[in-house]
Design a protein around this ligand. Structure first.
Ligand SMILES: *[C@@H]1O[C@H](CO)[C@@H](O)[C@H](O)[C@H]1NC(C)=O
Ligand SMILES: *[C@@H]1O[C@H](CO)[C@@H](O)[C@H](O)[C@H]1NC(C)=O
Ligand SMILES: *[C@@H]1O[C@H](CO)[C@@H](O)[C@H](O)[C@H]1NC(C)=O
Ligand SMILES: *[C@@H]1O[C@H](CO)[C@@H](O)[C@H](O)[C@H]1NC(C)=O
Ligand SMILES: *[C@@H]1O[C@H](CO)[C@@H](O)[C@H](O)[C@H]1NC(C)=O
Ligand SMILES: *[C@@H]1O[C@H](CO)[C@@H](O)[C@H](O)[C@H]1NC(C)=O
Length: 443
């Protein structure tokens, strides 16, 4: 039985417990466990959703063929852009998306064919029929193009027509809307209309091409209650398969006054400066104010850490984000780069906060990130609350060994068999690309 209807009570219980150092009934114990109490937890049908950035094939040297598809139910391809003049969806890197030659690709074969990441995603779908691919439109970089598109019904319809055309041509299983962020109640209403049109148009496509499963829509949604309050959640929800709750980037150099947790489940009452935000407060808003069913919420976690340099510890002043980082981004480390060589960092798991970090006391260098222990705790939290599953930003940043946060989460859920088995679609008879239309029968 899914415990959706009981989840609000569970949430309250877990939330309250998270606010105490030593819970009277030890639902959160010292061994990094959350207990669902008498109510049990959901098993089966869990969603595991990973973003892939189309830039990964360059500096990161990470390819679609490296994606751990057996552990994922959704691969979300980031990002397509929006033409603010017309509202049309446009690809952001047609070389990486459509043309790049993977090993075995003969890009001089006759006809109009698709290669690059798009072809490889289709091949992954053939091998892993539970893997659904989603085209993510927006992201932080393209956020400014949404407002002009949303403001006009004609542009909204252009957005929908071109998004659905990409699904039909490129072999996706759905669309992820990532607008950061809806700014007022007018935009909220426009977003509802956009989702309504998108739902209708995707359903028509599914019928037209006899898709195996309905095409899906996900919505990358904010964790800050101020931003969430601007959404019309009750009217959005019917059109969505799930929200990907961006339960991350709670604190970081550049936007926080003190060192703190990146993605904590609970506030730290003993050290409130370390938790400007927390996932439980955010979920309370979605579940109670927004009436969103828990089984439509996927909790997004970071596969990276943020640095607080020159700090005496968690919840304290810091100087800066440091000078180093993965791929030249100062202050940001991929999870797989940790622990950093040249540092003597102690790893600290804080189950009552549902967060973790490492700290080198000599170099005064703190990195806020999720450890496998905290990833496992979060997986239990997701199951106790009847949430839909877990998402990650971004798949190339994970480790590929037993300390992988994705595989740790899947194990905690009960293994690959516990994941959502909804089949992807492989029929795209109207695709403009001959090889995709043919289902890549040579591969
Ligand atoms: C947006 O569409 C307009 C009109 O078709 C076109 O002139 C412009 O180049 C497009 N912009 C981008 C970024 O594709
Ligand atoms: C690639 O396709 C072209 C055109 O069909 C063919 O002439 C060529 O031999 C192929 N190359 C390989 C390596 O198969
Ligand atoms: C639609 O797909 C189903 C299963 O995928 C198949 O049995 C059926 O024959 C298809 N119908 C048409 C009209 O293609
Ligand atoms: C950081 O400090 C500034 C200045 O005192 C204050 O306005 C702001 O609200 C603080 N930010 C947070 C997240 O508390
Ligand atoms: C931390 O900041 C100090 C300056 O405040 C700088 O000298 C040092 O290199 C930084 N450490 C790292 C590891 O980035
Ligand atoms: C696993 O990750 C390491 C470090 O990022 C990399 O060197 C190695 O090639 C990867 N192994 C596989 C099988 O992908």
């Amino acid at each position: 039985m899914r415990l959706s209807s009981l989840s609000p009570f569970l949430l309250a219980a877990v939330g309250v417990l998270g606010r105490h150092e030593k819970p009277r009934h030890s639902h959160i114990d010292d061994k990094l466990g959350i207990s669902c109490g008498n109510l049990g937890k959901i098993h089966g049908g869990m969603k595991t959703v990973a973003y892939f950035g189309n830039w990964d094939i360059y500096a990161v040297n990470y390819f679609i063929t490296d994606v751990p598809a057996e552990s994922l139910t959704h691969l979300v391809y980031a990002f397509a852009n929006v033409n603010s003049t017309t509202g049309s969806v446009i690809l952001s890197d047609t070389w990486a998306d459509l043309q790049y030659a993977y090993p075995g690709d003969n890009t001089t074969a006759p006809g109009e064919n698709v290669y690059g990441n798009i072809k490889q995603m289709f091949l992954l779908k053939k091998k892993h029929r539970h893997l659904k691919t989603m085209l993510s439109i927006g992201g932080w970089s393209y956020r400014e193009n949404f407002a002009p598109m949303l403001a006009s019904p004609t542009k909204r319809q252009n957005f929908v027509n071109t998004a659905v055309q990409f699904v039909a041509d490129l072999g996706f299983d759905g669309i992820d809307i990532d607008y950061e962020y809806v700014a007022d109640h007018n935009q909220a209403a426009q977003m509802v209309d956009l989702l309504r049109r998108l739902r209708q148009s995707l359903d028509q496509l599914a019928e037209k091409i006899n898709a195996t499963s309905p095409f899906q829509i996900s919505y990358a949604s904010p964790s800050s209650n101020d931003q969430t309050a601007l959404l019309d959640l009750t009217r959005m929800t019917p059109y969505l398969d799930f929200y990907t709750l961006m339960a991350l980037d709670y604190m970081g150099p550049g936007f926080s006054n003190y060192s703190g947790y990146l993605s904590n489940l609970f506030p730290d009452v003993h050290n409130p400066r370390a938790t400007d935000y927390d996932t439980t407060s955010s979920l309370e808003f979605y579940l109670f104010n927004g009436q969103v069913p828990p089984n439509k919420i996927v909790l997004e976690n970071p596969l990276y850490g943020r640095v607080f340099n020159g700090t005496d510890g968690m919840g304290d002043k810091f100087a800066n984000g440091g000078t180093q980082g993965s791929l030249g981004t100062a202050g940001l480390w991929n999870y797989k780069a940790l622990p950093l060589p040249g540092f003597n960092a102690k790893v600290v798991n804080v189950p009552r906060v549902g967060g973790s970090y490492s700290y080198d006391a000599e170099q005064k260098y703190l990195i806020s990130y999720d450890t496998p222990e905290i990833a496992a705790l979060k997986a239990e939290y997701v199951q106790c609350l009847g949430l839909a599953g877990t998402a990650w930003w971004e798949v190339s940043m994970d480790r590929n060994d037993t300390l992988s946060l994705i595989s740790t989460t899947v194990s905690k859920f009960g293994g690959a068999g516990s994941l959502d088995q909804t089949l992807n679609n492989l029929n795209y008879p109207t695709s403009t690309y001959a090889n995709l239309k043919d289902g890549f029968s040579d591969n």
